[in-house]
Ligand binder design. Sequence first.
Ligand SMILES: *Cc1c(COP(=O)(O)O)cnc(C)c1O
Ligand SMILES: [Zn+2]
Length: 503
Amino acid sequence: MKLKDFPKEIRQYIIPGHKGKLVYRCLSCGSEYDIEKLLYTCPDCGQVLLIYDLNFDRLKEIPGKTWQRIFDYRKMLTIPALKGIYIYHEFIGPTIPLETVVYLGEGHTPVIEANSFLQEKAGVRFYFKNDGQNPSASFKDRGMASALSYIHFLVQKEYISDVLAICASTGDTSASAALYASFLQPHVKSAVILPHKKVTPQQLSQPLGSGAKVFEIPGVFDDCMKIVEVMSDSYNVALLNSKNAWRILGQESYSYEIAQDFEYDMNNKVVVVPIGNAGNITAVMSGFLKFYETGVIKDLPKIIGVQSKHANPVYRYYLEPDLSKRKFIPVTVKPSVAQAAMIGNPVSMPRVIHIVDLYNSMAGKQKIFFMEVTEQAIMDWELLANRNGHIACTHGGESLAGLVAAQKLGLIEINDTAVLDSTAHTLKFSGFQEMYFENKFSAEFKISPNTDLVNSPVFIHPKDLEKVPAPGKPLKGDDFHRFVNRISEEIAKELNLKKVRKE
Ligand SMILES: *Cc1c(COP(=O)(O)O)cnc(C)c1O
Ligand SMILES: [Zn+2]
């Protein structure tokens, strides 16, 4: 729709006009820094940063109802810069000019209600929001669109030139970083550091295909993270991990979309997110808070963060009910099918601690909960979901397992509706499905396949069939007829089919 065709009273707001004043703010000492420099940690005290808009209160001058209409009408625009996460420009990056926005098709992922069979099994009304339907097939694209639009802005302003973007990854960060960086080549090049054999073949193929420099090192993600932290302190590189606060801003779009998907009614809603480095849950909480503060939503949804027992430092931290006794202790991870969340020392932990307190106090009661689930539960729920029309990855399975665990603990009310983050596309983690079907998990996983969920191909080649076709060697005449008939018979036998009588 063209701008002139929008209702008059809304037209003035359609193209974002808010002049934000963004700063990095240290969560520990409160120091603020200009965003015209790339910063990851506080130069004074070394703590992680978040980005705040010093003009944020001006957004409150527009009524919540008007904001809702602005976002709803913006969906009719055909301007690429406003088609992705920057449809929420005022909340996500009000200093990023539309000309420097990098849009590769991220965001506005489908929200799919589970069928009645699956809802009954789970005991809760729920939807999956399929973030695997982003361009690099994970939610990381939301944060990368933000981080790379910002870098693009710095390049255009000639604050920096020839950027080398670098990240550590459990697979999806590198896929996304490499994709977005490749769009900005030759100004931006990317290098990614992966734990050898700890990312799936699909995830490894992605940065290779995008032309990134790919390094594999011994160890786990936490080791890779340490290396890029040291490198970003000592060399001239742009860090693209979620330690980079721009990533968090972009990922807030997940919450804004949920609000919009449910017509801004967050009453009795529960949002379930898997936790790894804890950037995503930080963003999800922060997004809902911003919409709440500006009256775009009237209620804060419940949020459930889920971790595998094999990588559960955040869950463990919140096990202690006494605030004054809580102490963060990193854990040593064990192998997990939720491999992209296999992180023992989450970089965003200080952000989580800060925002959980804020969220619960704004809500006036506890609204954030943490669950842990077994590897077995993750696989079983993923596979069951996918047998019912979904495309959940193992982390989507983890969300569902976490929801079921929360329901059993009495944390879900009868009228609640849950929205589950399936953070990546199932195909990225199909190797785990294969291990399940072939019962090939090593003992550490403690996963034994439920035979109802196992599936495998059946090879059909009857013994009495000598001649079969091969590439470049088709069968002809009677041989071909015999081949077609015998194979059809065998498949029909396998499927217990009855022959129809021809009149
Ligand atoms: C990165 C990732 C996570 C974990 O998100 P964090 O922000 O690190 O907590 C979960 N699932 C998938 C598929 C991921 O790629
Ligand atoms: Zn500081």
